[in-house]
Design a protein around this ligand. Structure first.
Ligand code: ZN
Length: 214
């Protein structure tokens, strides 16, 4: 049977397929699936040029399978123009190395839609921790990107209604920084779709293979 896929976590659980978000590129182990990127929260308090050099180095060494989480956040004080410029520099690197991107987006859907139209991705992006509405999700999917659901899917009836209308071929699940188990999110998702967990696991695993190994 195919394994669960946890597409984005800060708290690894040693399951076979989990993409672990790293904050320090010098501590990325030789084996495993990892992501690293300059988070919008860190844009104003880090040495961006040094981080970008680190990012290129770990891409050269093939230490990450995705850049992230990176994106735009309109709730923080950091200037949006500055966030966008650091984001685009990282998109450039992702495209150069043919890597996917794990997107952090807070109230900046239209800005990210604009950027994704003008700076097309070489590999599809993953909009992580999705809590938006159905038109936003459909727009992301129409561009060939993926939408990832986390623990909010367990709790929000509104989000559950969005989830049931989306094509499963463009979906992932994640635990992010929560203590929730990935199994619980799959279980809820399978219930909502009236399918068995094994069928859901097959589909999500196929999505993972399509995105990362083909
Ligand atoms: Zn995260």
């Amino acid at each position: 049977m195919v394994p669960y896929v946890n597409i984005h976590t800060h708290k690894p659980c040693n399951i076979p397929i989990e993409v672990v978000n790293m904050v320090d590129p010098s501590t990325i182990p030789d084996h495993g699936l990892f992501s690293f990127g300059i988070h919008p929260w860190n844009v104003a308090r880090t040495d961006v040029d040094a981080d970008l050099r680190d990012l290129e180095n770990i891409c050269d060494e093939k230490k990450i399978i995705a850049l992230g989480e990176i994106g735009l956040d309109k709730v923080i004080d950091t200037d949006l123009e500055l966030q966008a410029s650091v984001f685009l520099k990282q998109i450039h690197i992702a495209n150069q190395y043919r890597l996917s991107v794990i997107i952090h987006c807070v109230r900046a859907w239209s800005e990210l839609a604009f950027l994704s139209k003008h700076y097309p991705a070489v590999k599809p992006w993953i909009y992580h921790g999705f809590t938006g509405n159905e038109p936003i999700a459909q727009q992301i999917i129409r561009r060939g990107h993926f939408v990832s659901f986390g623990e909010a899917l367990l709790k929000s009836p509104k989000l559950q209604q969005v989830f049931i209308k989306l094509p499963l071929d463009f979906i992932f699940f994640e635990t992010d920084d929560s203590d929730e188990k990935i199994e619980a999110i799959y279980k809820k998702a399978a219930e909502l779709r009236h399918i068995c967990t094994d069928e859901l696991k097959e589909t999500i695993h196929r999505n993972f293979e399509t995105l990362f190994t083909l």
